[in-house]
Design a binder for this molecule. Sequence first.
Ligand code: NAD
Ligand code: UGA
Length: 455
Amino acid sequence: MTKILCIGAGYVGGPTMAMIAKNNLDVEVTVVDINQKRIDAWNSDDLPIYEPGLDEVVNEARGRNLFFSTDVEKGIADADIIFVSVNTPTKTFGQGAGYAADLQYWEKCARQILAVSTSDKIVVEKSTLPVRTADAMERILESGKTGVRFDVLSNPEFLAEGTAIVDLENPDRVLIGGHPTPEGQKAVQALVEVYAAWVKRENIITTNLWSSELSKLTANAFLAQRVSSINSISALCEATEADVGEVAYAIGKDSRIGSKFLKASVGFGGSCFKKDILNLVYLCKTYGLDEVAEYWHQVVKMNDYQERRFVARILKEMFNTIAGKRIALFGFAFKADTGDTRESPAILIARELLAENAEVVITDPQALEYAKTDLADVIDRVTFEPDPYKAAEGAHAVALLTEWKEYQTLDYQKIFDSMPQPSFLFDGRNHLDHQALHDIGFNVYSIGKAALKHI
Ligand code: NAD
Ligand code: UGA
């Protein structure tokens, strides 16, 4: 029986391995992590991440051919194929701080694999890594002279949070990069077989290692670029009474442009867009490609501008003073259907509102615990309230920051009646029925559309 190990039981490792185990009954999959709490949660009924459909997939495979453990060494020793799916955050220290990927977790894995292995392994980069990281991984693994053979592959993950299970079940493509040598291609084919258990072969793309590594960073950069592009136009819409929804629809109808990822918003969040673009910027600078670096850097700068512009608008429209005013944030997760708050625009927005001495109250159906951690240093100045009605009670303004479906069906008349007048609603996701809210009496401000005001 083939044994697969995944190091890193996070948002990628957990769901991806569960899907592999579900579809490969002849493969034993173990997911290991140094975080005992996380592994305990994976082994419980209360999984460590909120992801629609994940419980079903895990319940089907766990205990059968899917296992979660903290015994990293045993996992490595037993495995034929090792996925490395550890975190690769932006470096916060030393050279490249603020831009480069922090590779310490990944590097520790490489060394541990070398130290523990006594049989040949295929080592798969699942984490998002700078192009040519596989070269470094190979150099570490080949430094041991243990007689053990390691074949390194790149197999980046393209799932999006909130839709991870659908994305894994039916991926646009699976990408596998390997060396063109016979051994490299044999390793590629072994991994192709794992995915071919449920993914059509024409959707499994094989490339050289560097193309695979670079394709991941490029895909995220292109996706984020579309969001920044439409967000930049949203600012122009607000100045000209054009409607960004109509503009996005009109341009998206052009099949060369396409309609996806053109939803103007308060800004993109998530653990990867910003970090991966900054990593790309750093890589370009490293290779002396300053103009290319600056081109991509602008995508992140535009996002920062969009987040700050949202707060500036709140302040301006509320008579340039929000000191002492209660402002309810509807949603803290970086997008709907996830409890993840990493790089959520809500973090900066909450902090900027606090800087204006506003009284901030936060509601979210899944993300309140992470919100508390994100705002730990100012926690005594923030209220966390699971019930949106209670959060809005007495608030001068509601600012919708996450497009949770349940926010569309709230009783906004009831909310309006519980707020002092004039009351304001800032829709950072263009998620609500603005005309209906205006009819109730709200002063409504959205992204890239004319305001609907009574005052
Ligand atoms: P995560 O932080 O949720 O999970 C990483 C896990 O690795 C953590 O639980 C951590 O404890 C564990 N870990 C770190 N070092 C370890 C070690 N030496 N041994 C054992 N475990 C160790 O991260 P994530 O969101 O799953 O992302 C993982 C990688 O996948 C990143 O490179 C990310 O860029 C990429 N990625 C993420 C997503 C996403 O939607 N989150 C999508 C595609 C790609
Ligand atoms: C993104 C990519 O979509 C995945 O393909 C990739 O694997 C992943 O990053 C990763 O590498 O981590 P994710 O960040 O989970 O996935 O979620 P997205 O759906 O891409 O949304 C990212 C952010 O952009 C969210 O804050 C979302 O609200 C925002 N967004 C997205 C918009 O503001 N407008 C849009 O039209 C689309």
